[in-house]
Design a protein around this ligand. Structure first.
Ligand SMILES: C[S@@+](CC[C@H](N)C(=O)[O-])C[C@H]1O[C@@H](n2cnc3c(N)ncnc32)[C@H](O)[C@@H]1O
Length: 282
């Protein structure tokens, strides 16, 4: 593995770069991830007046949903390591008018929160992207009160997720991106059966339960899909920016062909994905 501090810096720069894209594409992400957000909030077994921490929150979908469950007398702290994400989440929180929501920048591995101060920690598609996930999960357990709950989501294997698998294989085959190093931050790092449960146990959690949720990414068509992918994935965004117009056209032609089987009769595109959802007790 490269130097962890250097890797953290690299990862942070990547997320800062795509923060505006995530804010622009928030409705697409919220729609695809809605069932996952509901599962996580339900698994946290929240009550009115509860305190919730959302980690690696991006635009804060899960925290905003949890705010309804804890009510105006509760508190939801939405956090992310990238300032650009925090700014976007703060704008959404303000628009929501939910006074129990606070948005702050926070590193998952070093939570700036008191020990045993939260009833629940929630994170959708965050922990597998942290440089040291076990350290981050230990931090989550530290800030949970005894008996507090964690609920997290992480993608299953890449084979179950053609929405990424197809473009990734094309970019790698062209040498535009490199395959991820083993155990480096990656969407599919927790993909193998049993990995999430092992990590939660290693961090000291008990009563671990893991389920699968299959979901669908919906786009207006292939151009909308490409726009989404380019603006939310720093890897694709960077690779695409380096292509000449001819190379760009050629890549799009191949990708369009490979994604064509997922086009619907009305021209919209529906790409399947599959994620683990897990919950446990501190
Ligand atoms: C794939 S996005 C998921 C965003 C959001 N949770 C959702 O489901 O829409 C991953 C997020 O994790 C954040 N992140 C990555 N590493 C982090 C770290 N070490 N500490 C805090 N946030 C981190 C990124 O900034 C990004 O917003």
């Amino acid at each position: 593995m490269s130097d962890p501090a250097e890797l953290r810096g690299e990862q942070r720069d990547r997320w800062e770069a795509v923060g505006p894209g995530w804010e622009q594409r928030a409705p697409t992400v919220s729609a695809a991830g809605a069932d996952v957000a509901s599962w996580l909030v339900e698994a946290a077994a929240l009550s009115p007046g509860g305190r919730v921490l959302e980690v690696a929150a991006g635009l804060g979908d899960v925290g905003l949903l949890a705010a309804g469950a804890v009510g105006a007398e509760g508190e939801v702290v939405i956090t992310d390591g990238a300032e650009a994400m925090v700014e976007g989440a703060a704008r959404r929180a303000e628009l929501s008018g939910l006074t129990q929501v606070k948005v702050v920048r926070m590193e998952a591995e070093w939570l700036d929160a008191e020990t045993a101060s939260f009833d629940a920690v929630l994170s959708r598609w965050g922990y597998m992207l942290v440089v040291d996930p076990e350290a981050a999960l230990r931090e989550a357990r530290r800030v949970l009160r005894p008996g507090g709950r964690i609920a997290i989501a992480a993608w299953r294997r890449i084979e179950e997720n053609p929405w990424i698998a197809i473009f990734r294989s094309e970019l790698e085959a062209r040498g535009l991106t490199a395959a991820p190093a083993p155990d480096a931050p990656d969407p599919f790092r927790f993909g193998a059966d049993g990995t999430i449960a092992e990590l939660l146990h290693a961090a000291g959690f008990v009563g671990v339960g893991v389920e699968v949720i299959d979901l669908v990414w919906k786009f207006q068509g292939l151009d909308d899909w490409w726009e989404h992918t380019r603006s939310t994935s720093s890897t694709v965004g960077r690779a695409a920016a380096e292509l000449s117009p001819a190379q760009h056209y050629q890549l799009r032609e191949v990708l369009d062909q490979r994604y064509a089987p997922f086009l619907q009769s009305d021209g919209t595109l529906e790409l399947p994905g599959s994620t683990w959802v897990a919950s446990a007790e501190a």
